[in-house]
Write a protein that binds this ligand. Structure first.
Ligand code: NAD
Length: 420
């Protein structure tokens, strides 16, 4: 019997608040709320592994398969010292809504190992990953649960996972994980997918607001995988990139930042530290720069009750997971700032993960242009659906996105019936 509900998970108060608000607007009956707030399956196991010096250590591994109503569980594997069962459960809950809001035939899942990958050699990481995969052999697979990279895990780690699973199955099974290197069944376009998706949604909403891309001033916080790709896409459509940042701080230039130059600088120096193409400001100040589009693409909880009044963006597209607190969200609603929530703003990554799984199962791989076209079609169709619900019900996009997602999962459960 599962006794944990997500209501017990303290790390996930925000998502629970969004879920409750949308569930109330949907008049969700108590039994359905109970089903949706209980994870289907939580697995905890030991990972004994050999250090390079020959000694043995034991780490803890987790996999939570939150919901299977719409298909196999889907979600990343996190390697981080702070990983707990609560956190993994919360993230699996979140993945359930992210997959459903963009209409993927997946449920939600998440996994992790409590470890510090920065302190481990490649050999140690490989041994941990292979043991982690071996422990899950019976409950993962293309029809059951399809992991992917998350914080602290990489395409190489996915390759080791795929190889271990395949060795146990006695056949090569690329579709057991996504985010793999292209040589072994990864998808073209996967690396850029999240940043590309952020920009696609922003362009769609800018058009709706009557702002031409060439007239839009854009600020992006974070210059990693999501932020740097989003910045490149904005610049390529003629937007004026007036602010970028990374852990070294923000760089603001109201005449426009040369993104190709900043990217080359960041690649050469492994950071924007010392970049001279803009005035150096703090990351807090960067968020308060007057602009049309703000993309927080670094960390969670950066837009709070404390700074929301000083944020002047017309449109915020959440590239990071959870960058806006519920208090800040209320302030943005009052000010009329449009916020595109993370579950759809950064869903480009999971959409192309889905395409990777489809290609692996077909054994037929698409051109990058085909991947990008299908990404645009799937993401924008669902974003427009969210906007329609938001306008009909006069509610923010975030609540509408949760409503669309919860409604889809609920319909699947009701249509299948509960085997009780
Ligand atoms: P990344 O590690 O590639 O980049 C993170 C960036 O944030 C780096 O430029 C780093 O310097 C910067 N940063 C770190 N601490 C900072 C701070 N205190 N202030 C300002 N900047 C800081 O990570 P990523 O893959 O780009 O992910 C960014 C966010 O997007 C995370 O919240 C992640 O969960 C979310 N996300 C990523 C994907 C994906 O496909 N990569 C998908 C969905 C959501």
């Amino acid at each position: 019997m599962t006794t944990t509900t997500v209501r017990d998970v303290s790390v996930f108060g925000d998502a629970m608040a969004y879920f409750d608000e949308a569930a109330s607007l949907l008049d969700l009956e108590p039994a359905m709320r109970a089903i949706l707030t209980h994870p289907s399956r939580q697995i905890i196991f030991s990972i004994p592994f050999q250090r390079d010096n020959g000694s043995l250590e034991v780490y803890t591994g987790y996999r939570v398969q939150y919901n299977f109503a719409r298909g196999p569980a889907k979600g990343g594997i996190r390697y981080h010292p702070g990983v707990t069962l609560d956190e993994v459960t919360a993230l699996a809950f979140w993945m359930t809504w992210k997959c459903a809001v963009v209409d993927l035939p997946f449920g939600g899942g998440k996994g992790g190992v409590t470890c510090d990958p920065g302190e481990l050699s490649q050999g140690e990481l490989e041994r941990i990953t292979r043991r982690y995969a071996a422990e899950l052999v019976e409950v993962v697979g293309p029809d059951k649960d399809v992991p992917a990279p998350d914080v602290g895990t990489t395409p190489q780690i996915m390759a080791w996972f795929m190889d271990t699973y395949s060795m146990h199955m006695r056949t090569t099974v690329p579709g057991v994980v996504t985010g793999k290197p292209v040589e072994i069944g990864g998808s073209l376009g996967r690396v850029e997918a999240t940043g590309r998706g952020v920009s696609l949604v922003a362009f769609e909403e800018l058009q709706h607001l009557g702002i031409a891309p060439a007239a839009a001033r854009v600020v992006v916080q974070g210059f990693g995988n999501v932020g740097s790709v989003a910045a490149k896409m904005f610049a390529s459509r003629g937007c004026k990139m007036i602010g970028i940042s990374d852990i070294s701080g923000g760089y603001v230039n109201r005449n426009g930042i040369d993104i190709a130059g900043a990217t080359a600088y960041a690649q050469e120096h492994h950071s924007l530290e010392g970049y001279r193409g803009g005035e150096h400001v703090s990351n807090e100040k960067l968020l308060e720069t007057e602009c049309d589009v703000l993309v927080p693409a670094a960390l969670e909880k950066v837009l709070t009750a404390e700074n929301a009044e000083r944020v002047h963006a017309r449109l915020i597209v959440e590239g990071a997971n959870g960058p806006t607190t519920p208090e800040a969200d209320h302030i943005f609603q009052r000010k009329g700032t449009v916020v595109v929530p993370d579950i759809i703003g950064n869903a480009g990554g999971v959409i192309v993960s889905y395409f990777e799984w489809v290609q692996d199962r077909q054994g037929y791989f698409w051109k990058e242009s085909e991947v990008n076209e299908r990404l645009e079609e799937l993401l924008l169709t669902n974003f427009r659906k969210v906007r329609e619900v938001a306008h009909q019900r006069q509610i923010p996009y975030r609540t509408a996105a949760y409503m669309v997602a919860i409604d889809r999962v609920t319909r699947s459960i009701k249509t299948r019936g509960v085997y009780a």
